[in-house]
Design a protein around this ligand. Structure first.
Ligand SMILES: [Zn+2]
Length: 508
C-alpha cells in the first residue's frame, strides 16, 4: 500500500511539479520509503525517541566525517581490517549493550571464539595434534585416521616450539580464517571455503571428546549470553561423542547431554531462555543417507525431544554440493512431519542449482531460509517469502568473509530491508573469523545495511523479530517477551542517561 502511494506521488510530481511545493513532495517520498522499510513502523515511546536522537547523532556524525575520509569508514571495509576501528567506536559500544533477543542461525562447532579453544582446551593434558599430509587436526586420541606416529601431545609441542605465545597464535591460525591467511580477504569463493571447511575438520574430534564437548558448549552459551543473547537455535549434527573409557555416545545421548548443559546454564542464569537444536547434516551425502538422517530426525523429534530437536537442515557450500532436488524423495516423504530450516541461495549465482535451491526450500515449506542471499533475483519468490512470513537468516559477516560481497553496503539485505522482507540478523560461524557473539553483525546491519536514517526503530524491529520468527512455544514466547522488555527498557534508560559512552570512544 505504501509502495503504491510512493509510485502515485512520483507520478503526480511530474504532472504538478510546477504547482506544488517541490521540497514538500520530495520529503513526502523520502518519509514514505523510510516508513516502508524494516523498522519504519516501529512504535517509539518518548524515551525511545530520545534514545533514537542520541544514536542517530553518533551515526550521522560519523557518516558525515566519512564523506571527507571514506578510506577509514569501517562499515564499508572488510571486517578483518575494520575490527580495531569498530572496537573503539561509540556506536559499537551501544550495539554491544542491546538485548538482542535470539540468534537463529549458528553452527555449534564454529560458534566459540578460537582464542578460548586454544587457551583452554589445548592446555588440557589430553589435547593432542595430529598431522596428516600437511594438514593439522586437534584430537585427544589415536585412531585409524590419526595413527600413533602422527599424533603429538600439544603440551609437549608447546615446550619445544619457541614461546607459548607464538606457538598458540600458530595453533589458533588452524581454526581462525583471519589469522590463517590475511589474503583470504581477496581469495576466490572456493579457496576460502576449502580453508573454512578444513577448520571444521581440524576442531571436530577435539570437541567430540565428552568433557571438552561439555566445556565448549557451556562456553558457547556464555559468550552469547554475555553478548546479550537470551535464546539460540543451534544447527548441529549431534555426531557421536567419545570419552576417556572409549565409550561412544549416539545422537540421542548427545542431544540429552546438550539439553543438560542448557539446563545447567539456565539454573545459574535464570533470564536465559534456552537453546534448541536444528539437526543439520552435510549436503555432500547421497540420497539414501539423507533418507536415513531424516528418519533419525523423525525419531529424535517425535520420540524423545519434540520441543528440543526441532528442525532439519542441510549444510555445506551450496555452489559445489548437491542441490535439494537430489534429496527430494526423502524431503517430500518427511515434509508433513518435519520443520525445515534450509540454507538456500547462499550464492552469487543466478539460475544455478544453488540459486534454485530457493524454489525448493519454499515449495517444501521451509520455516526460515538460511541466508537467502540470491533471493532478490526472484520476484515471485521474495514476494512469496514476504507474504508467507518466512524470515531470511541474514549473516552479514559470513557473506563477506566467505567472499559473496566485499562492501556490505552492497549486500542484498539492503533490498530486503527497503522492501520489509522479514529478516533476522545472525552470525553463522563467528568463532572462525574472530567476531565473538553477534554484536559485529548487528553493527554492520545497522551501519552498512540499513539506511542512514534508520535508528532505534530498525534495531527494535530486528530484536523483536528474532523472537517472532523463532520456534518458541507460545508460553516460552510470553516468558521471553517479559524478560526482553525489561532488558530493552533498561538499555533505553542507560542510553538516554549516557551510561554507554566513554570519553575515549570515537564516532565510527
Ligand atoms: Zn550457516
Amino acid at each position: 500500500m505504501i509502495g503504491e502511494l510512493i509510485i502515485v506521488s512520483l507520478c503526480t510530481m511530474y504532472v504538478k511539479s510546477t504547482a506544488i511545493d517541490y521540497n514538500n513532495k520530495r520529503q513526502a517520498i523520502i518519509d514514505a520509503e523510510q516508513k516502508y522499510a524494516t523498522g519504519g513502523h516501529a512504535f517509539l515511546t518518548a524515551k525511545e525517541s530520545q534514545a533514537n536522537e542520541i544514536l542517530l547523532n553518533f551515526k550521522n556524525h560519523y557518516i558525515t566525517e566519512a564523506s571527507v575520509n571514506p578510506e577509514s569508514y569501517a562499515p564499508g571495509m572488510h571486517f578483518f581490517r575494520a575490527k580495531p576501528l569498530i572496537d573503539k567506536s561509540d556506536v559499537f559500544k551501544i550495539i554491544k549493550e542491546i538485548p538482542k533477543g535470539s540468534v537463529l542461525h549458528l553452527h555449534n562447532v564454529a560458534a566459540v571464539s578460537s582464542e578460548w579453544i586454544i587457551k583452554n582446551l589445548t592446555y588440557q593434558p589430553e589435547a593432542k595434534l595430529c598431522e596428516i599430509n600437511g594438514k593439522f587436526y586437534f584430537t585427544t586420541r589415536t585412531s585409524k585416521f590419526c595413527p600413533q606416529e602422527s599424533v603429538r601431545s600439544i603440551q609437549q609441542l608447546r615446550k619445544e616450539n619457541g614461546t607459548a605465545e607464538s606457538f598458540d597464535l600458530w595453533l589458533e591460525s588452524l581454526i581462525n580464517l583471519k589469522l590463517r591467511k590475511p589474503n583470504l580477504m581477496h581469495a576466490s569463493i572456493n579457496n576460502v571455503w576449502d580453508e573454512f571447511e578444513q577448520m571444521f575438520s581440524a576442531v571436530k574430534d577435539l570437541v567430540s571428546y565428552k568433557p571438552f564437548f561439555e566445556a565448549f558448549h557451556t562456553q558457547l552459551l556464555k559468550e552469547f549470553y554475555e553478548d546479550n543473547v537470551f535464546y539460540i537455535e543451534l544447527r548441529m549434527s549431534l555426531s557421536r561423542l567419545y570419552d576417556a573409557t572409549d565409550k561412544v555416545y549416539d545422537e540421542f545421548e548427545v542431544a540429552k547431554i546438550v539439553r543438560n548443559i542448557v539446563h545447567t546454564f539456565k539454573e545459574t542464569n535464570p533470564d536465559f531462555i534456552g537453546a534448541k537444536i536444528i539437526y543439520s547434516k552435510h549436503r555432500g551425502m547421497d540420497s539414501k543417507a539423507a533418507q536415513d538422517q531424516l528418519h533419525t530426525f523423525a525419531r529424535l523429534n517425535s520420540e524423545e525431544f519434540p520441543n528440543f530437536v526441532i528442525g532439519f537442515d542441510l549444510v555445506g557450500q551450496e555452489d559445489i554440493n548437491q542441490p535439494l532436488t537430489i534429496f527430494m524423495d526423502g524431503l517430500r516423504t518427511f515434509q508433513k512431519t518435519t520443520a525445515y530450516f534450509f540454507h538456500a541461495g547462499e550464492t552469487n549465482g543466478y539460475g544455478t542449482e544453488a540459486d534454485l535451491n530457493l524454489v525448493d526450500a519454499i515449495l517444501l515449506n521451509t520455516r526460515r531460509i538460511g541466508h537467502g542471499y540470491s533471493l532478490y533475483k526472484h520476484p515471485a519468490l521474495w514476494r512469496a517469502v514476504k507474504s508467507k512470513g518466512i524470515a531470511l537468516e541474514v549473516c552479514p559477516l559470513s557473506n563477506q568473509v566467505l567472499r559473496l560481497v566485499d562492501d556490505l553496503r552492497n549486500h542484498p539485505a539492503v533490498f530486503y530491508v527497503s522492501e520489509s522482507v522479514p529478516i533476522v540478523i545472525s552470525c553463522d560461524d563467528p568463532g572462525f573469523w574472530d567476531s565473538k557473539g553477534i554484536s559485529y553483525d548487528f553493527y554492520y546491519a545497522f551501519m552498512a545495511i540499513a539506511s542512514n536514517s534508520a535508528g532505534i526503530g530498525f534495531l527494535k524491529q530486528i530484536v523483536w523479530d528474532s523472537v517472532r520468527y523463532s520456534s518458541l512455544t507460545p508460553q516460552e514466547r510470553q516468558q521471553f517477551a517479559q524478560i526482553l522488555q525489561l532488558r530493552w527498557d533498561r538499555f533505553v534508560d542507560n542510553l538516554v542517561s549516557g551510561k554507554f559512552i566513554s570519553d575515549d570512544c570515537v564516532s565510527v
